[in-house]
Design a protein around this ligand. Structure first.
Ligand SMILES: Cc1cc2nc3c(=O)[nH]c(=O)nc-3n(C[C@H](O)[C@H](O)[C@H](O)COP(=O)(O)OP(=O)(O)OC[C@H]3O[C@@H](n4cnc5c(N)ncnc54)[C@H](O)[C@@H]3O)c2cc1C
Length: 311
């Protein structure tokens, strides 16, 4: 694989743009995960395309990382390339349409949702407050159709630029992205969001900023933000709340190794005390079995698993 590494380094000119055996625990909000064989930071679309094509030629797997806030990486780590989007991917542009008072905003997939939400709020554009407290990137949020407090990406996105599994650039409009509850087309058809366009109505700056503050306060009150986690571990089953089902199964505070079901919010599995990815995985499995036994409802993970979990 030395030849592959050398080729990668020719594409990525940024200093420290190609790291080997980089611990993924440094790049996930669970703070767990073994080493990534190659951890590659790309700054422009052409670099990304070239890396994808190189991987395809050499039969090397690749995976795109956002902020690692919905990700459980195995303790054994990941073979292949982990791609992180920085540089031009971490910027946004907001243009006001004076005729109808709306904003067209384009955000790079590597930009944090909180930063994008604040940029919009400061210009007085409303409708993205729901995302300000979600600790993900724009790309990860499009992929997951992230949502909170009655809002979701689907409500405001107009189109997205995608680098396909062949390394081609294409544009998908909102409909083609097939966004639904925690779902997008990218879950069936591998591709990388590089940027996304949104449309927002004009609002009152003061109201938008206080709305963000209020929603963030709600999060701090209800969620165990003092512990590493990946947010809601399980999807909301139709007609139920995962957290409530977990509580009713008597699992609040249940611990396996260093992983625990949060007592503050049972929908969160937290890294309570130096958990391993295996602890978290085993607890997720245990919760799934127990909830099904008690309520007959089968929970599905919202968190994405990466690496080998066969133990
Ligand atoms: C404390 C906490 C609170 C949370 N609250 C919420 C909430 O209220 N609502 C909610 O929806 N989620 C919530 N989450 C979960 C998480 O923040 C979201 O799912 C977020 O959208 C994930 O974005 P990310 O950039 O961290 O993606 P990652 O975790 O890095 O990746 C998640 C998936 O998206 C893919 N992906 C990432 N970037 C791209 C890209 N550019 N193109 C294509 N695919 C990509 C990855 O390959 C992976 O499959 C919370 C998490 C935490 C830790």
């Amino acid at each position: 694989m030395e030849a592959f590494y050398e080729e990668l380094c020719k594409i990525i000119t940024k200093e420290n743009g190609v790291l080997r055996e980089e611990p993924m625990k440094n790049h996930t909000t669970f703070r767990v995960g073994g080493p990534a064989e190659y951890f590659v930071t790309v700054s422009v679309t052409e670099e990304l395309q070239e890396v994808i094509r190189l991987c395809n030629r050499c039969g090397v797997d690749w995976f795109v990382l956002g902020n690692g806030s919905n990700l459980l990486v195995s303790d054994a780590g990941v073979r292949g390339v982990i791609l992180r989007l920085a540089g031009e991917f971490a910027q946004c542009e907001i243009k006001e349409n004076v005729e109808d008072g709306t904003a067209e905003a384009v955000a790079g997939a590597g930009m944090m949702l909180s930063a994008f939400a604040m940029a919009l709020a400061k210009k007085g554009f409303s409708g993205f407050e729901f995302a300000a407290g979600i600790p993900g990137s724009v790309g990860g949020a499009v992929m997951m159709n992230a949502g909170a407090y009655g809002g979701e990406i689907k409500d405001c996105i107009t189109k997205a630029e995608i680098v396909t599994a062949d390394g081609e650039v294409t544009i998908l409009n909102a409909e083609e992205l097939e966004l639904s509850y925690r779902h997008s087309i990218l879950m069936e058809k591998k591709g990388i969001v590089t940027k996304a366009w949104f449309s927002f109505p004009i609002g009152s700056k003061l109201y938008i900023l206080s709305n963000i503050e209020m929603l963030n306060r709600k999060r701090r009150e209800k969620q165990p933000l003092e512990y590493p986690s990946a947010g809601s571990t399980f999807k909301r089953p139709e007609g139920y709340f995962a957290g409530k089902l977990i509580m009713e199964a008597g699992l609040a505070g249940k611990q396996i190794g260093g992983a625990a079901v949060s007592e503050k919010h049972c929908g969160f599995v937290i890294n309570k005390d130096h958990a391993t990815a295996t602890d978290i995985y085993k607890l997720m499995q245990y919760v799934t079995e127990q909830v099904e036994a008690v309520s007959g409802v089968r929970l599905e993970p919202e968190v994405k698993l990466l690496g080998d979990f066969s133990v």
